[in-house]
Ligand binder design. Sequence first.
Ligand SMILES: [Zn+2]
Length: 64
Amino acid sequence: MEINNVQVCNVCLSPSDDGEKRVYVKALCGGEEVLICTSCIPRVIHESGELVKSNAEVKATLGL
Ligand SMILES: [Zn+2]
């Protein structure tokens, strides 16, 4: 998801502003748009969509 123009992975919560070059893929989960970083994409594909947090869960985890 995007918080203040910072992309945050809905699986591992890695932010786009930590200095590392990361690609985020936009996807839909539970009817909402989510972002998944490329290192998490294979996990979601091979394991389960259960790994993807809802935007509300991401915000709660980040204490927002
Ligand atoms: Zn990730």
